[in-house]
Every structure is written in structure tokens, then in C-alpha cells.
Design a protein around this ligand. Structure first.
Ligand code: NCD
Length: 430
């Protein structure tokens, strides 16, 4: 580089007309990392930016088309209008996002971190009530949506399972949705049938979030998974463009991986290695949609040895509840991701993800607990990211994202410095 790193980056931001926050999100790095690269060389906190970032930024500023694409567009309206579906502020599918809008949501999630980490409190949703309607099993999604709403100052009303709802008496989705809308200001819905949450959403004008519709989609999980990958990559000095993502397990019925693969396809030049037992392959329509988006490589495999070279391994559970005729209680032993497999085939800086729950029974051969002390295991950091990301979703859908920053006050209690005993040093709070 002929000029200093600081001059080079400042020049790029000026030419793109981007603030530090937006620039960091646009090139897929954390704001904190960018700040250290922008310090004068020789200062104590200064860090050299990875060569891959320098090449990427050079490529953007030297190419007119890319420059235009990455530059700030002043014509943009509120994010909730840009991701709206049928003119409504609802989140049903990851197809509602562009790379630009998803990165804006990532930035809002970043802004939520002091609240998610219990350093600050906010009351921007004071008086608002969330209806959490879960007609399928859930721990993380239901509780983290509820906690996210509460941490913004709102309150939550829950219903769980069919047994204790009027659906057990034959009530339709239309009636349930219309009635609930008179009681609450936003709804999160999980339901075993694909397409059912869109049906709920069509019957109301209030914000509805898809918390998982059968084997269909799980957009909030994909957003927190993307957020996790960007956060982990930023720590490791990697870019998502050009990365190698291995997705393993029940890719046929796993809705998290359907949403995730489509969302990651918003980036450039990814290699997807899809590893599943025979019969549980990724649906063809999703592969076609991703292939149409451009220069991605998509490989399919039935062997775990194909994790070789991956930057991310995303494991999933057998979705037993969606099997009608076939009986599959778990994976075969050679399908398990464990320490021995990683020692032989895993990169040293690979990150291991799983939407959870993992099936910890011995015969399930789901992601092994023998990796619990391994810092590459990102599953609990990933689950924790559900809070800032779901706070960002609510803030955007209810139109309060610009009020959050100024609404923050210090907490009055002492949060723990680390959440779990196995947490790596870069996990959690600081
Ligand atoms: C997933 C789901 O419900 O789709 N769980 C989650 O929301 N984190 C994955 C699963 O149940 O296996």
C-alpha cells in the first residue's frame, strides 16, 4: 500500500460516502475491528487490517460499478418499509431481504448489544404487548423472542401447544389471528405446517414474525446465524464473501438451513458443501434459487470427510417430528461431528454452529459434547446472539430503531462477567 492504512480506509469511506458503522457492515467486518485499523500506525491499539480486506476494498473503489453498488444511496426509506411483505411490517421469509437491508439489521443488532449484555436498559417499547403463539415445541426461540421484547420495555403474553389454545376446539388460523390482533401489538408464531404463518399474517395488519413454519422457513434464526458468522469472522479476520460453508444433517426437513442458505446467498462467491444422509438432501427449489443468484459453488455429499477446508460447519438435528412413514431415530455414528473428525479434517479456525437443540442421547449421533471445551464451538455464542438480533427485528418492525441509542440507561444490578463455565474468552460480556 502506497499510503498509510488510515488514509487508505478514510479515502474509501469518503468515496463511498459511508459512515464508519455503515462501511464496516458493508464490507462485512465489525465496527470495533475497523476502529483499530483506522488508528495511527504505532498507537497501542492499532491493528493491521487483513490482506483480504485490503484487496476487497481496493476492488470496490477501483471499479465504477462496484463503487456505485456499495455507495450510500440517499433515496432509502425506513428499513421496515424496504423489507415489508404485501405492504405490511411482517417477517415471514428471508426472501424479503437484500444484502443491504440485512446488513442494516445487523448494525441495529450491534447497537442492541449493551442491552443484550445487561449493561444498559431501554424502555422504547413500553406499553407494547407481544403475543407469543407457539404451536410446536420450543425453548430458545420462544424465550428469546419474549426476553428481547421485554428488554426493550414491552411485555409478553404466551400460548403454547394446541391443547391449551382454542385451535383444539377447531378455531381457524384466520379467526385466531384476527382475535389476537385485538389484544397484542405484535405476534411471533410457530406452527407445524409450512405456509401457516403466512396465513396468520394475511389475516392481520399487525407485525407478525415467523418463528418457524413446519419444514418451511425460520428467518429470525437465519438472521442470528448470519450475525454469528459475521461476528466470528470479524474476530478471525475473515470475510464472508468467498467463504466455504458446510451444512450438515437433515437438510430436507430442517427449516433453519433452508432460510440460512438463501440468506447467505446474498453474499458473493460462496462454496456451499451440503452433507446429508441419503434421502435427507436439501430441497431442489432452494438449491436452484441459490444457484440463480450468481457465482456460488454448490457441492452435495453423503460423507462427513467433505467438511475439509470449510470455514463454517453448520450441523443440524434429525427433524424426527416431521417424518411420517420413514423411521429415523438419529444419524449413524460416521455422521457425527466430534473431536476425532475435526482433528482429522477440520480447519484450525473453523467455526462450528448448530441452531440447537442438539439431541444429546448417545444413539442420536448429533453434534458431540466432546467439543464443549473447544473454542471453535460457537453454539452458545450463536444462541446468545438470538437476543440482540430479535431485539433488532422488533425495533425495526415497530419503527423504534432510531430511538434506542438515546433511550439507554445504565443497569442497576450487576451482570455476570461470563455466562457459562465453558465459555471461551471471547464469549459473552466485556
Ligand atoms: C430449530 C427449529 O425449531 O427449527 N430450533 C431453533 O429454533 N433454534 C432446529 C431444531 O428444532 O432442530
Amino acid at each position: 500500500m502506497a499510503v498509510s492504512q488510515q488514509v487508505f480506509l478514510r479515502d474509501a469511506m469518503r468515496r463511498l460516502n459511508l459512515t464508519r458503522d455503515v462501511f464496516a457492515a458493508r464490507i462485512g467486518v465489525k465496527r470495533r475491528a475497523l476502529d483499530t485499523w483506522l488508528l495511527p500506525e504505532g498507537s497501542q491499539e492499532f491493528r493491521g487490517m487483513p490482506e483480504v480486506v485490503q484487496r476487497f476494498v481496493t476492488e470496490i473503489v477501483e471499479n465504477e460499478t462496484l463503487l456505485e453498488k456499495y455507495a450510500q444511496n440517499s433515496q432509502r426509506g425506513p428499513l421496515r418499509d424496504r423489507i415489508a411483505i404485501h405492504g405490511k411490517h411482517q417477517l415471514i421469509s428471508v426472501d424479503q431481504f437484500t444484502r443491504e437491508s440485512v446488513e442494516e439489521l445487523v448494525r441495529i443488532a450491534d447497537m442492541m448489544q449493551p442491552i443484550a449484555r445487561r449493561q444498559k436498559v431501554s424502555r422504547v417499547l413500553e406499553g407494547a404487548v407481544l403475543g407469543n403463539l407457539f404451536f410446536e415445541a420450543s425453548t430458545r426461540t420462544r424465550v428469546s423472542f419474549g426476553a428481547a421484547f421485554c428488554r426493550l420495555g414491552g411485555s409478553v403474553c404466551d400460548t403454547t401447544g394446541f391443547t391449551f389454545s382454542s385451535m383444539a376446539k377447531g378455531e381457524s388460523i384466520y379467526d385466531t389471528s384476527r382475535v389476537m390482533s385485538g389484544y397484542v401489538d405484535a405476534m411471533v408464531i410457530r406452527h407445524p405446517e409450512q405456509g401457516s404463518v403466512a396465513e396468520f399474517a394475511a389475516a392481520t395488519n399487525i407485525p407478525v414474525v415467523n418463528g418457524g413454519d413446519g419444514a418451511g422457513e425460520h428467518p429470525s434464526q437465519a438472521l442470528l446465524d448470519l450475525y454469528t458468522i459475521l461476528t466470528e469472522f470479524s474476530r478471525l479476520g475473515k470475510l464472508l464473501d468467498g467463504a466455504h460453508i458446510a451444512i450438515t444433517g437433515d437438510l430436507k426437513y430442517g427449516r433453519t438451513v433452508h432460510s440460512l442458505m438463501k440468506m447467505l446467498a446474498l453474499y458473493k462467491g460462496l462454496t456451499f458443501t451440503l452433507i446429508s444422509p441419503p434421502g435427507l438432501e436439501m430441497p431442489a427449489d432452494i438449491i436452484e434459487q441459490v444457484a440463480l443468484r450468481g457465482n456460488h459453488v454448490i457441492e452435495q455429499s453423503n460423507s462427513m470427510t467433505s467438511i475439509k477446508g470449510a470455514d463454517v460447519i453448520y450441523a443440524t438435528r434429525v427433524q424426527k417430528e416431521r417424518f411420517s412413514d420413514e423411521q429415523l431415530e438419529g444419524y449413524s455414528a460416521d455422521f457425527q461431528i466430534n473431536k476425532a473428525l475435526l482433528d482429522q479434517y477440520g480447519k484450525e479456525d473453523v467455526i462450528i454452529m448448530h441452531p440447537l437443540p442438539r439431541d444429546s442421547r448417545d444413539d442420536a449421533h448429533d453434534l458431540s459434547i466432546d467439543l464443549n471445551h473447544d473454542p471453535r464451538l460457537a453454539i452458545f455464542r450463536q444462541a446468545d446472539n438470538g437476543i440482540p438480533v430479535r431485539m433488532a427485528i422488533f425495533a425495526v418492525l415497530l419503527g423504534v430503531e432510531n430511538l434506542v441509542q438515546h433511550s439507554m440507561r445504565d443497569v442497576t444490578w450487576s451482570p455476570p462477567s461470563h455466562i457459562g463455565p465453558e465459555d471461551a474468552v471471547f464469549h459473552g460480556m466485556y
